[in-house]
Design a protein around this ligand. Sequence first.
Ligand code: SAM
Length: 232
Amino acid sequence: VHMEQALAEGAECALTPAQAHHLGVVLRRAPGAALRAFNATDGEFEAELTALRKERGAVRIGPRRREPVVEPELRALIAGLKRDAMGWAVEKATELGATRIIPVLTRRCVAEGGKTERLATIARGAAEQCERLSVPVVDPARPLHAVLDAWDGAPLLVAAERRESRPLLEFLPGLSAPCAFLVGPEGGFERAELDDLARRPFVSLASLGPRILRAETALVAGLSAMSLSLDH
Ligand code: SAM
């Protein structure tokens, strides 16, 4: 279980209602069950479920199993997808090491991708499932130009299947964190949006090959390549 609060051996920590529900109703765990509790600041600890009743529960923290690690900052900017596709994209981005997920609104977006809280819950579940210590932050959806105007200058690779893109692989050798990856909506970027992106000094247009990929596929392909080269 991912815990927001500070973890230290001997501490007693409350579970969130969603965690208590998941452990009791979905996983059928009872007090006395062994768990692991973790967060990015303190690492991972053995833990024991000490109380569980309906939406309330607590764990006692045992010895530390893993020290905290510093993860490379990798932001995933995802143009608004339909609710289910966005949930899937957030899950995969979490598994692939994204540290921040920024839903962005572009001209051809069909949807906003659903509520931020729901996406944050998906990110937390995915982090727990893949035994990652940190949970990516999920931002509320914002217009792409607003995100770009407030950008801190970190390299942003934009998945663009146009002729002026260079293969994504070319950007990987020099890549360092913080960095980011942006995938367009199912309908693609408009010409004016690509022009606006291309004139920003921190943006590189990157191709993922000759085939037109679904937005979710492009996200997974690009983030896999980037996270593999940042991790090694
Ligand atoms: N309807 C668009 C078109 O024909 O131009 C295709 C959009 S594609 C389904 C959705 C998004 O995935 C694109 O905006 C782009 O960000 C990314 N994408 C898909 N295939 C790609 C490729 N081969 N290289 C780079 N990005 C790609």
